[in-house]
Design a protein around this ligand. Structure first.
Ligand SMILES: CC(C)(COP(=O)(O)OP(=O)(O)OC[C@H]1O[C@@H](n2cnc3c(N)ncnc32)[C@H](O)[C@@H]1OP(=O)(O)O)[C@@H](O)C(=O)NCCC(=O)NCCS
Length: 158
């Protein structure tokens, strides 16, 4: 593990963060760890201004975005087929800042928001071919509850 990101600030993601968020999502895609779009318009619509957004937590160190974590409410007919009323989580850490506790710190803020929102369960849907993602969610306390197609879906019980 690298040195912890000790000066990191955890806050809500803002419109001004979109270029950096988009840039490292592109790098994650190049690494084969993302199939969804990553252009700035998608980031704005899907994370910052999403209608089903509960929170989008972001980690920053001296102006550099280290990662972000999206928490959304599963609504009727959601594309992930998650039970309506559950939370849906997505975690994206800048490859430059991997394994320095960014994901762990983001989850502390996300969990607080989930409690405040009265969520009972949170879904994390991860590619079966993503061992880091699977290990991360397992370490945060998520457990596998279904495996559709090439996904592993893990659930966190609040
Ligand atoms: C998966 C990901 C979110 C982890 O974020 P991170 O900031 O590197 O994770 P942390 O440093 O907070 O690690 C927390 C714990 O998760 C586990 N973990 C994280 N990365 C791991 C890895 N590469 N291998 C094994 N375990 C890992 C460990 O238990 C770790 O605790 P430890 O370092 O004390 O052993 C990050 O690698 C990432 O964004 N990957 C690309 C996108 C992605 O796969 N998102 C998730 C699935 S959709």
């Amino acid at each position: 593990m690298s040195a912890p990101a000790s000066d990191m600030i955890i806050r809500d993601a803002k419109v001004e963060d979109v270029p950096q968020m988009s840039a490292f999502l592109g790098r994650i895609a190049e690494m084969g760890r993302r199939v969804s779009p990553w252009d700035e318009d998608f980031v704005l619509r899907n994370y910052i201004n999403a209608a089903d957004k509960i929170q989008c937590a972001l980690a920053e160190d001296d102006g550099k975005v280290l990662g972000f974590q999206s928490l959304k409410l599963a609504t009727e007919g959601n594309i992930y087929d998650v039970t309506p009323g559950w939370g849906i989580i997505g975690t994206h850490v800048n490859p430059d800042a991997a394994r320095r506790g960014v994901g762990r710190s983001l989850f502390t803020k996300t969990l607080r928001a989930a409690h405040e929102h009265g969520l009972k369960k949170i879904d994390a849907s991860i590619s079966a071919a993503n061992p880091e993602g699977l290990a991360y969610y397992e370490a945060m306390g998520f457990r596998t509850y279904r495996s559709p197609n090439d996904l592993i879906c893990k659930c966190y019980d609040l």
